[in-house]
Design a protein around this ligand. Structure first.
Ligand code: G6P
Length: 367
């Protein structure tokens, strides 16, 4: 048992620290000469991408959060309309499928009952084709899908997903950049995205060095009942994933809000007992996010801020951690790391069963 954990106290911590390697593995052989190799999406990838007029992404849990990030990327990099939806909703409504729509499932296990059922339904609905982003090659979802883009996270034992999520983001970034290239994404932005992917394992290794400081931060959460996570753009789903991690393993009630919605309700909850965690990358929304954070501070809320190098000035919070500068593709992955570590350390301090939280299963194979 101790050997399997590779000297780490829990599988989850081991899996968090494996991320630089599994991200590199997921990129291996998929980028060459500054370009995403479109063959990774099959032999007819280019005509397929050309025909793609819209994208429907369906998934559950953490994988759904990866889909929400991809939705921003696909629309912004490729100009292709994209929806991301929970499989248990998709399968029981009547989705409208326009010509030229690509169906994507995202699943670590490839066995989630709702995602598999959604895929089976989609196959009868006139999509261009179905692409699975999956971590288990011999799984049902892989077998049922026409196209497959494997994540190479290796076996994930901790019930709370960590390395599967970040490798899903990398696979979806490869897809978004490949689609963008076909749809007229500028050479400059494309090259920058590819470069960010190449630098990502090193940036994640850098972010992992914050572990000790995050452990100290975690002590402030031990006796809390609630927590609020804030983000904007691609970092809204990153905040959602941070909140999910915290509730799954520490049993603290956590919610994520798009920071712009703060005034429409959650601000009423903010007081000294409500820690607010803000994810603040250096993007076009940073000034707006900074003013949202000011609103929280003015109400006496305790702010915990993860900021990208270069935007820290002007933030008045003793609980501020600076992350390596990263960019539109890499930032959602890099900012996920401290949120994983925060929930891990809070859970350890609260004495929960980190790898096997109560009432949850690693793979939900029944409805
Ligand atoms: C369960 C797991 C989550 C996972 C979700 C979807 O809830 O505890 O970690 O994100 O299922 O699983 P999948 O294997 O389809 O990604």
């Amino acid at each position: 048992d101790a050997i399997d954990k590779g000297g780490y106290r829990h599988f989850m911590l081991k899996e968090i620290h494996e991320q630089p390697r599994v991200l590199a593995d997921t990129l291996e052989g998929r980028i060459a000469g500054g370009k995403v190799l479109t063959e990774i999406l099959g032999v007819d990838a280019v005509p397929l991408l050309e025909k793609t007029q819209s994208v429907h992404i369906v998934a559950c849990g953490t994988s759904y959060h990866a889909g929400l990030v991809a939705r921003y990327w696909i629309e912004s990099l490729a100009g292709v309309p994209c929806t991301a939806e929970i499989a248990s909703e998709y399968r029981y409504r009547s989705p409208v499928v326009k010509d030229g729509t690509l169906f994507i499932t995202i699943s670590q296990s490839g066995e989630t009952a709702d995602t598999l059922a959604a895929l089976k339904l989609a196959k009868a609905r006139g999509y261009l084709t179905q692409l699975a982003v999956c971590n288990v090659p011999e799984s049902s979802i892989v077998r049922e899908s026409e196209l497959v883009l494997m994540t190479r996270a290796g076996p994930e034992i901790g019930v709370a997903s960590t390395k599967a999520f970040t490798t899903q983001l990398v696979a979806l970034a490869l897809f978004s950049l490949a689609l963008g290239r076909v749809k007229g994404l500028s050479e400059k932005r494309y090259a920058s995205g590819v470069r960010q992917l190449e630098q990502l394992p090193a940036m994640v290794a850098e972010a992992l060095k914050l572990d000790e400081r995050i452990q100290a931060m975690a002590e402030r959460f031990v006796d809390k009942q609630h927590a609020l996570f804030l983000g904007r753009g691609t970092h809204w789903p990153v905040a959602m994933e941070g909140a999910l991690k915290l509730k799954e393993i520490s049993y603290i009630h956590a919610e994520a809000y798009a920071a712009g919605e703060l005034k429409h309700g959650p601000l009423a909850l903010v007081d000294q007992d409500m820690p607010v965690i803000a994810v603040a990358p250096n993007d076009h929304l940073i000034d707006k996010l900074l003013s949202n954070m000011e609103e929280v501070r003015a109400r006496g809320g305790e702010l915990f801020v993860f900021v990208e190098d270069g935007v820290g000035r002007g933030i008045d919070s003793e609980n501020m951690l600076v992350l390596p500068a990263s960019g539109e593709i890499a930032a959602p992955v890099v900012f996920t790391i401290p949120l994983q570590l925060l929930s891990y350390h809070v859970a350890v301090l609260r004495g929960t069963d980190v790898d096997q939280p109560r009432n949850l299963a690693k793979s939900v194979t029944v409805e």
